[in-house]
Design a protein around this ligand. Structure first.
Ligand SMILES: [Fe+2]
Length: 212
């Protein structure tokens, strides 16, 4: 019996559609794992909160530590840019101290801002100038990140340094399932840039409610 050519065409088209939609689903980006904000989110607005954490207005110099350009994109799971969205980072200074009253460690680096914010551009890009994070007692180096997508709850996570030996055994890093840990790791790569020692690229992938 000869198969009906029309029926065959329909079946082929259906198979092609199924394959294509399967491929689309498979290429959805994995969302960045969320992490707790920790105890050192600023309790009062800092005097300065621009995207360059390595200089403080009126300060005498540049922050201690390895100056790093941190940049990346804010995307939804389909890879679409999330523009005009506030991103904040905060971290301790090169001596391991946060700008926070609860952190009563040693002397603070007066030239490190400790906290900064920016807003993503039309392509979802963001950038900060900061320092490579350093360890402090009980924690591997990390940078705290908060994202404030319009109409959504804030998204909070922490960025870690790839190949940093202290990651293994860090109590918060360990909470992320091993297969998802690459999603919070960035390479800190040496660069030849005036006054900048390292560059790190880190894309943030958010699960956001589709807008119609
Ligand atoms: Fe921290």
């Amino acid at each position: 019996m000869n198969p009906d050519p029309n029926r065959r065409r329909v079946l082929l088209a259906a198979a092609a559609w199924l394959l294509a939609s399967g491929a689309r689903a498979a290429t959805r980006l994995e969302p960045t794992p969320a992490q707790s904000a920790g105890p050192f989110y600023p309790t009062e607005p800092p005097l300065e909160d621009d995207q360059d954490l390595t200089r403080v207005r009126g300060g005498l110099g540049v922050a201690q530590g390895r100056i790093t350009d941190l940049s990346g994109r804010l995307l939804d799971r389909d890879g679409r840019p999330i523009s005009a969205t506030r991103i904040e980072i905060w971290q301790c200074d090169a001596t391991g101290r946060y700008h926070h009253p609860l952190d009563r460690g040693g002397a603070r680096d007066p030239n490190f801002q400790g906290f900064g914010h920016t807003v993503t551009d039309a392509a979802g890009r963001y950038s900060f100038r900061t320092i490579r994070p350093v360890p402090y007692p009980g924690r591997t180096p990390h940078i705290h990140i908060a994202v404030f997508p319009q109409g959504e709850r804030p998204f909070i996570t922490q960025l870690y340094v790839r190949d940093e030996p202290r990651n293994a055994g860090d109590f918060l890093f360990d909470r992320i399932p091993p297969e998802r840990r690459p999603l919070v790791l960035a390479d800190f790569i040496p660069v030849q840039r005036d006054g900048v020692e390292l560059a790190a690229n880190f894309d943030l992938i958010l699960e956001v409610t589709p807008r119609g």
